[in-house]
Design a protein around this ligand. Structure first.
Ligand code: NAD
Ligand code: DAO
Ligand code: ZN
Length: 381
C-alpha cells in the first residue's frame, strides 16, 4: 500500500506520564513536512536514557511522548527539500544532528550541532509542532529527535543517515547510541595511542565499547572497573586486560584510586566514566597520571548532581573532559563505522543479549536491570 503523502497508523509505546507504564497503542504519524523524513523503524534498542526519562528523574523529560533513540529502519517518505536520503534507504536515526552549516558543525572542533537543538529539547519538530497524535487527536511529543518506540517516526533530515543496506538493521540500530558513544570516546575524543594505559569505570555497552576502541588503538593496559561481577565474562571479548570489582577486590587499606595508581606505576593515561555516578567521576579523574592523564566523562549523572575534586588535581596536569555520542559526527562518520563493523574490526552484534518483539517492550525495560544484560533489541513485525 502506498502510504506516501498520507498520515499513517503506527504501533507505538506512548509514555503518558513519568513513572507510569508505557501504553502500547495505535497512533497517527503525520506526513513529513519540508526537510523531514518519515522512517519505518524496523529495530530499536532500549538505552538507560529512555528508562531515566520514563522514571521522571530527567528534569527535561516532557510528557506525553514517544521515547526511544537507538533505532534503524527504512525511509518511507520524505518532505520537500530532502536530499540526503530517499524512500527505501536503510537509515539510522541520530540524536546528535549534523547540519554541516551551523557554527558548531563548521568549527571542526565538536560533533554537537545547533540546527535542531532548541526544538529537539522541547520535543517538537523544527517548526514547533509534533507529527504524532493519539486516537483522541492529542499531540504526543518527540524525544531526542528520534522517537524510535513507534513503527513510524518523523525526524529532521539533519538527524538521519543512510547506511549500507547489506548491514543488518539490528546491528545498525546499536550504532545509533551505545556502541558508537564508547568506541568514539576512545578513538576520537581521547584519541588513545599505542601503549597507552586505560581504565574504564562501568562495563556496560558504553564501557565495553570504550575497551574495544582502546584495544583497536593498541593500549597496553585496559582495566575495567565495575561493581557487578556478572560483567566480568565480557572482559576478554572486548580487549580488557584486568577487571576490578571495588566492592570486593580491594585490600583494607586500598582505594580504587590507590590500586589503579599502583597497577600502572603512577596513574592512567586515560580514564573514562561510563557509570553516570559523580563519585566515580572523581575517582576516574584522580586515577589519572600526574602531568598528562585525561579523564573523559561519558556517563549521564542524575539531575542536580555535581562533580568535584581538589583544583590541585588539575593544576598538576590532569585534564577533565566530556564526550557526547563519542565525538562522532553522525552523518559524515556513520558510514565508516558500518564498514568497520562489516570487516569485523568493530564488534556490534556481541552487545545484543536479548531480542524481543516490540510488544514486549516492558520486558525489555526490565532486561536493563538484569546483571549481565547489555542491549535488548526490539523488532517491529
Ligand atoms: P549500563 O547500565 O549498561 O552500564 C553501566 C555499568 O556501570 C553497569 O555495568 C554497572 O554495574 C556499572 N556501575 C554502576 N555503578 C558503578 C560504580 N559505582 N562503580 C563501577 N561501576 C558501576 O549503561 P550503558 O548503556 O553502558 O551507559 C553508561 C552511561 O553512559 C550511562 O550513564 C548512560 O546514560 C551514558 N551514556 C552517555 C552517552 C553520551 O553521549 N555521553 C551516550 C549513551 C549513554
Ligand atoms: O547540543 O547542547 C547540546 C546537547 C547535545 C546532546 C548530547 C547528548 C549527550 C548525552 C546523551 C545521553 C545518552 C543517549
Ligand atoms: Zn550543525
Amino acid at each position: 500500500m502506498n502510504t506516501q503523502g498520507k498520515p499513517v497508523t503506527s504501533l507505538a509505546a506512548v509514555a503518558y506520564e513519568a513513572g507510569k507504564p508505557l501504553s502500547l497503542e495505535e497512533i497517527t504519524v503525520d506526513v513529513p513536512k519540508a526537510h523531514e523524513v518519515r522512517i519505518q523503524i524496523k529495530k530499536t534498542a532500549i538505552c538507560h536514557t529512555d528508562a531515566y526519562t520514563l522514571s521522571g528523574a530527567d528534569p527535561e523529560g516532557s510528557f506525553p511522548c514517544i521515547l526511544g533513540h537507538e533505532g534503524a529502519g527504512i525511509v518511507e517518505s520524505v518532505g520537500e527539500g530532502v536530499t540526503n536520503v530517499k524512500p527505501g534507504d536503510h537509515v539510522v536515526a541520530l540524536y546528535t544532528a549534523e547540519c554541516g552549516k551551523c557554527k558548531f558543525c563548521r568549527s571542526g572542533k565538536t560533533n554537537l550541532c545547533g540546527a535542531v537543538r532548541a526544538t529537539q529539547g522541547k520535543g517538537v519538530m523544527p517548526d514547533g509542532t509534533s507529527r504524532f497524535k493519539n486516537k483522541n487527536g492529542e499531540p504526543l511529543l518527540h524525544f531526542m529527535g528520534c522517537s524510535t518506540f513507534s513503527e513510524y517516526t518523523v525526524v529532521a533530515d539533519v538527524s538521519v543517515v543512510a547506511v549500507d543496506p547489506t548491514a543488518p538493521l539490528e546491528s545498525a540500530c546499536l550504532l545509533g547510541c551505545g556502541v558508537t558513544t564508547g568506541y568514539g570516546a576512545a578513538v576520537k575524543t581521547a584519541d588513545v595511542q599505542k601503549g597507552d594505559t586505560v581504565a574504564i569505570f562501568g562495563a556496560g555497552t558504553v564501557g565495553l565499547s570504550v575497551a574495544q576502541g582502546a584495544k583497536a588503538r593498541g593500549a597496553s593496559q585496559i582495566i575495567l572497573i565495575d561493581i557487578n561481577d556478572s560483567k566480568k565474562k565480557y572482559m576478554n571479548e572486548f580487549g580488557a586486560t584486568a577487571y576490578i570489582n571495588p566492592t570486593k577486590d580491594l585490600k583494607e587499606d586500598e582505594t580504587i584510586v590507590s590500586k589503579l595508581i599502583e597497577m600502572t606505576g603512577g596513574g592512567l593515561d586515560f580514564t573514562f566514566d561510563c557509570t553516570g555516578n559523580v563519585k566515580v567521576m572523581r575517582d576516574a579523574l584522580e586515577s589519572c597520571h600526574k602531568g598528562w592523564g585525561v579523564s573523559v566523562v561519558i556517563g549521564v549523572a542524575a539531575s542536580g548532581q555535581e562533580i568535584s575534586t581538589r583544583p590541585f588535581q588539575l593544576v598538576t596536569g590532569r585534564i577533565w573532559k566530556g564526550s557526547a555520542f563519542g565525538g562522532i559526527k553522525g552523518r559524515s562518520e556513520m558510514g565508516g563505522l558500518v564498514k568497520d563493523y562489516q570487516k569485523g574490526s568493530l564488534k556490534v552484534d556481541e552487545f545484543i543479549t536479548n531480542r524481543r518483539p516490540f510488544v514486549e517492550i516492558d520486558e525489555g525495560f526490565r532486561d536493563l536491570h538484569t546483571g549481565d544484560s547489555l542491549r535488548t533489541v526490539l523488532t517491529f513485525n
